[in-house]
Design a protein around this ligand. Sequence first.
Ligand code: TYM
Length: 335
Amino acid sequence: MIGDKKVILSGIQPSGDSITLGNYLGALNNWVKLQSEYRCLYMLADMHTLTVRQEPSQLRARTLSLLAQYIAAGLNPQENILFIQSHVPAHAELTWILNCYTQMGELGRMTQFKDKSKRHADNINAGLYDYPVLMAADILLYQADMVPVGTDQKQHVELARDIAQRFNGVHGDVFTIPEPYIAPPSAGSKIKSLQDPTAKMSKSDPNPNGCIFMLDPPEVVIKKIKRAVTDSEAEVAYREGKDGVNNLLTIYAAVTGKSVEDAVSEFAGKGYGDFKAAVGEAVAECLRPFQLNYRTLMNSKDYLESVYKDGAEQAGRIAERTLNKVKKKVGFVPR
Ligand code: TYM
């Protein structure tokens, strides 16, 4: 708790030119809904991106751009603590300590590690393996009660719980045990690729038509949705075996705020052509204000700088408090 509010922490990696519709519907859009009820810290997870090679000037630009995207989506910097992970050294320090409370076997079981090591077989670095411990440090430093993420991050949040419980078991109550907060799949916690609706929508999709980026121009969005893989049944229904149509219905419902059931009845008797055109329009409509806000913010670099500086100060204070407690517990001599 901070004051009388429960604490939320989450983050996105600044690893693409813009976030994807999956990041938006699975994470950012939910964060906006939670911001007044909870004390929220939203991080730009730049340290995590180094697990895959980055071009330095691009990483710098993308980090600033991601901050603008957070605010453009509706996160209020006055109400939330928005900060850059690498600005708070406590993340790296706590990671080291937690490494010594994490088993190799636990990290080897992480499905994202297995997937990413296949995709980056020439660079299976220790950071890629250790990444979930850094994520546990991110969460535990702020004594977060809840961690709003998409389905693909659930396993990492569960590991953070296990590490926290283990540490508390040895040293007493130091960490709050965090809960993952995941919307149901029909509400967008697992948006699929438009080209392979059995896989998640991801910026690293080998087919560029599989992924919608939040800064894609409207005509591109409409075209990508028009080309989305569906099935040969020509019936707009939400049921097993219709992954492509289910995904488009989920996207439509999430961006319009309608239920999937209402969306299904809206398209009853309509063909896939009309359906896809309506979904494309609805997504483009949702992106319009986001992109407008984004452009305005990117013209106010001083403002963005003031937001992340202030965020680092506030986050740093909270993180230091936890880190000092941890250092004392493990037996480090205070400075
Ligand atoms: P990242 O950057 O891969 O994704 C950011 C958020 O977007 C969600 N997401 C999706 N949700 C629905 N459908 C999709 N297709 C989809 N793709 C991505 C992710 O679940 C995530 O919530 N390790 C994290 C970042 C992180 C973090 C943290 C999160 C670092 N420290 C501490 C929470 C707490 C990551 O790589 O997310």
